[in-house]
Design a protein around this ligand. Sequence first.
Ligand code: BGC
Ligand code: CA
Length: 340
Amino acid sequence: MNNVNLKLISINIVIVLILLVGCTKGTNNIATDEVSDTIKIGVLIYRFDDQFISSVIDVIEQETEELNKISTKKIEISIVDGKNQQDIQVDQMKQFIKEDYDALAINLVDRSKASVVINEAKQANIPVVFFNREPVQVDMARWDQIYYVGTKGEQSGLIQGEIAGEYWFDHPEADRNGDGIMQYVLIEGQPGHQDVIQRSQYSVKALQDMGIEVEELVKDTANWQRLEAQDVMSDWLDYFGDDIEMILSNNDAMALGAIDAMRAHDSRLIPVVGIDGIQLAREALKKGEIIGTVFNDNIGQGKMVMNIAYYLAQDLDPTLFIDDIEKGTYYWVDYHKVID
Ligand code: BGC
Ligand code: CA
């Protein structure tokens, strides 16, 4: 972030210089108007009751405060809940357009419907930074005023598999039936989400790459949600009972749901690995309820979403201020292993 801050400072110096020059040319009024100007940024969230996403929202709010300390223009953000319905989100977007917002940060409900959103934005000439739910490349290519901040699902899957594999090597008793094969179950996020396929595929691949033989007993979606995961896991405990040797969960909220199910069944705690590193999962890790998680950097993502939106809202090209924007469009944030 240092780079960004430095660049922010330099852009502010440039703006101050322009204003000073403006004054000497006798355009004092215009200069004063500029200083009191407000930037409006609309933040559209797929649903508020997603635990990881709410940790990103916190960062977006904090970063807005930080930017307001150094920005010559006042930044106002408005954050809305799409309630998991794409139609609601499109209406919210139209409202922001009507109210002359300067830029939008969008966490799509349905990433396969990005074209509708992009066409609206393009028509109104309001730049967009998408995050967490990635539009397909054909859609990203529809306009040059759209950006994406996200992570590589593959990386999180590989780290998750590594955590499960290392645990397996350190705990021979984890092979409960002693057949040398890891019998696992897989709890998946919302179908169609880019992270789901990648995380599921690469966590298993990491195990195999470590030379561990694996057998999938069952997999199912719990839509990223804790309660749904509790239901799914509860059925599996009834059906497979002691045969389950490892639980791989596409996120932490669902890993916590699996623990709820084990507690309700008075079952032994089967090893579970999550992804996200949310506060509740870190507490569960301290208590020994999960064996690890993969930090999905909400801070890096939230900050970058706001910084890109901030430049876009002022008709500035973000790639001039922020390094590592791939193909002038994508900003990727790294995952990190969390085991203590
Ligand atoms: C997170 C999930 C979250 C989902 C929402 C994923 O990257 O890991 O916890 O529910 O994004 O889109
Ligand atoms: Ca086994």
